[in-house]
Design a protein around this ligand. Structure first.
Ligand SMILES: Nc1ncnc2c1ncn2[C@@H]1O[C@H](COP(=O)(O)OP(=O)(O)OP(=O)(O)O)[C@@H](O)[C@H]1O
Length: 259
């Protein structure tokens, strides 16, 4: 059982999406998506290309505004809030493409995020030292993702798998209660997949709430509590991996498409 983070109420969903829709021009990109995620739960979001997975993440994180429905974080309606306010409310997100500063070293990438979160100025000239709060926090998060031995390496020199781990450490430095991972395995070599999966598994075990869009079915099914299956902008199924895999509608609509 995942531990619940302090201050979270197990009876209030960490994330609740109700009747969420997005219409652009005449196109219905997302239609009537309703799902709840309990504190400490890990959800996999799957579906064929163009099914609406990234759009769902964009609506939840505030990159896009829905034309219908609501988004609630720990019971609070954030539907009208911009990205930064949702981030302050505890929503953290990684993107499909790498977002690290390639010329800065691993420690500096995370220290900057920690420093910003702790309310200090966003400056690499803030004369950091190993004992300051932001640096301590950065080292802790880098240990959590298994990069404690690579602090001085330029982020641009890391493998794709290690860059993904670094992005997760950057995210952890902002202390998110709900984490959205958008295709964490994208571009990662197959030899790096097990290590990265283990890092994600640890995020879950530490009690954080995680939603993950991922095409690697074996990774998703081995990690998550429930799977949300998207198809043509709608939520086709939302259940345990076993139930979803056994669902004939899912098999024909999704698994049939990708076979
Ligand atoms: N701003 C937009 N304007 C018009 N169409 C859009 C817009 N954003 C997304 N779409 C369309 O909506 C559909 C869903 O796209 P989305 O990127 O959410 O799918 P996805 O499931 O994440 O796909 P993938 O697995 O390829 O990343 C696609 O057909 C896409 O072309």
């Amino acid at each position: 059982m995942p531990q619940h983070q302090p201050g979270t109420d197990p009876f209030v969903p960490a994330l609740a999406v109700r009747g969420l829709g997005l219409q652009i021009g005449g196109a219905q990109i997302l239609h009537d998506v309703t799902l709840e995620v309990a504190p400490g739960e890990m959800i996999g979001v799957i579906g064929p290309n163009g099914a609406g997975k990234t759009t769902l993440f964009n609506l939840v994180s505030g990159v896009l505004r829905p034309t219908a429905g609501t988004v609630r974080l720990a019971g609070r309606d954030v539907t009208g809030d911009p990205v930064a306010r949702r981030a302050r409310a505890g929503l953290g997100r990684t993107f499909q493409t790498s977002s690290v500063f390639p010329r800065l070293d691993v420690l500096e990438n995370v220290r900057l995020a920690a420093q910003t979160h702790l309310g200090r100025s966003l400056s690499v000239l803030a004369f950091p030292h190993r004992g300051d709060a932001a640096t301590r926090r950065a080292v802790e998060h880098l240990a959590e993702v298994g990069l404690a031995h690579r602090l001085d390496v330029a982020a641009g020199d890391l493998s794709h798998g290690d860059k993904r781990k670094l992005e997760i450490a950057v995210l952890l430095a902002t202390d998110p209660s709900v984490i959205l991972l958008d295709e964490p395995m994208a571009g990662v070599s197959s030899s790096d997949v097990p290590g990265l999966s283990e890092v994600i598994r640890r995020l879950h075990r530490s009690g954080r709430t995680v939603l993950m869009v991922e095409h690697h079915m074996d990774v998703v099914l081995g990690l998550v509590d429930r799977v949300a299956v998207m198809h043509h902008g709608e939520l086709l199924a939302y259940d345990t991996p076993e139930a979803v895999m056994a669902d004939p509608t899912v098999q024909s609509a999704y698994l049939g498409d990708v076979a």
